[in-house]
Design a protein around this ligand. Structure first.
Ligand SMILES: Cc1ncc(COP(=O)(O)O)c(C=O)c1O
Length: 287
């Protein structure tokens, strides 16, 4: 089935979808984005992502491109037109198109693009049964990783390097040896004390919406979770390491830099949390 995109007010076939070559998202990465998971045709964690979108825009002194209710209508329409039951939706808002100049243009309309695509949940489940390998890399990103901008070149290069080493994610490590987050995920470890640790949000990381919800899933399951820094060495010696994001949900990490984590297989905590998270998403979607 041909895919449909939303571009600046119109629903168009994906192959014809285009933005101006003067769009500031293209020229300066002067744009923010969000990614939703879709379960049973419903956008998961809808408000969490919209809240973060509003915050990212505010931090960049950009306005919402349309009222929240209208945006929701458009997002759902893209899901509907692409007949997505299980999948993901991508939204990008740029400052708009204007002759290239670093300073903000006046009176331009923001650029809005939305796409959706299906996700093979069975393939994802199989991947989670095996877990994925990770590679560590120095966190060389800028000081505002709390804003979800499309300026992702350090992430792109690090994830490509990880792929070339047979790893599915990169784990960023700060100058003091502490894990910050993944290339496109938040990172957690389970220590010998059974405590789950993840970096606190004041450490120049993205406030993952999946992270936020996972923290409440963890609290509900009676497990001990602390927003505390841990080193790469702690992670390598941990019982379990796992990551979270809207796309990968909860994914076990079975090796870092070629060193097996625990017994080298997905851990019980990560596996249980993945199931609990998916159950919660299905319940919320009413499917
Ligand atoms: C750097 C980074 N950290 C964390 C996340 C996880 O965020 P979320 O759970 O909202 O998908 C992402 C998602 O794209 C990301 O790019």
């Amino acid at each position: 089935m041909p895919r449909t995109a939303y571009v600046n007010g119109a629903y168009v076939p994906l192959r014809d979808a285009a933005v101006s070559i003067e769009d500031r998202g293209l020229l300066f990465a002067d744009a923010v984005y969000e990614v939703w998971s879709v379960f049973g045709g419903q956008l998961a964690d809808l408000d969490g992502h919209l809240n973060r979108l509003e915050r990212s825009l505010r931090e960049l002194k950009m306005a919402m491109p349309m009222p929240r209710a209208s945006l929701l209508t458009v997002l759902n329409e893209v899901v509907r037109r692409n007949r997505i039951l299980e999948g993901m939706v991508y939204l990008q808002v740029s400052r708009g198109a204007a002759p290239r100049d670093h300073v903000f243009p006046v009176d331009v309309k923001p650029g809005v693009i939305i796409t959706a695509r299906p996700v093979d949940r069975e393939a994802a489940a199989l991947k989670a049964e095996h877990g994925i390998k990770a590679m560590s890399a120095p966190d060389i990103r800028w000081g505002r990783c709390d804003i979800k901008t499309t300026g992702l070149l350090p992430n792109v290069l690090a994830k490509q390097a990880a792929k070339e080493q047979g790893a599915g994610e990169v784990i960023f490590v700060d100058a003091d040896g502490f894990v910050t987050e993944g290339g496109s995920t938040n990172v957690y470890m389970v220590g010998d004390d059974g405590v789950i640790r993840t970096r606190s949000l004041n450490a120049n990381i993205l406030a993952g919406v999946t992270r936020l919800n996972l923290l409440s899933v963890i609290a509900e399951s009676g497990l001990d979770i602390r927003e505390e820094a841990f080193t790469l060495e702690d992670a390598k010696k941990a019982r379990e390491v796992f990551i979270s994001a809207a796309t990968s949900l909860v994914m076990p990490i079975v090796a870092i830099d070629g060193q097996p984590i625990g017994n080298g297989a997905p851990g019980l905590v990560a596996t249980a949390l993945r199931e609990a998270y998916i159950d919660r998403a299905h319940r919320t979607a009413g499917v």
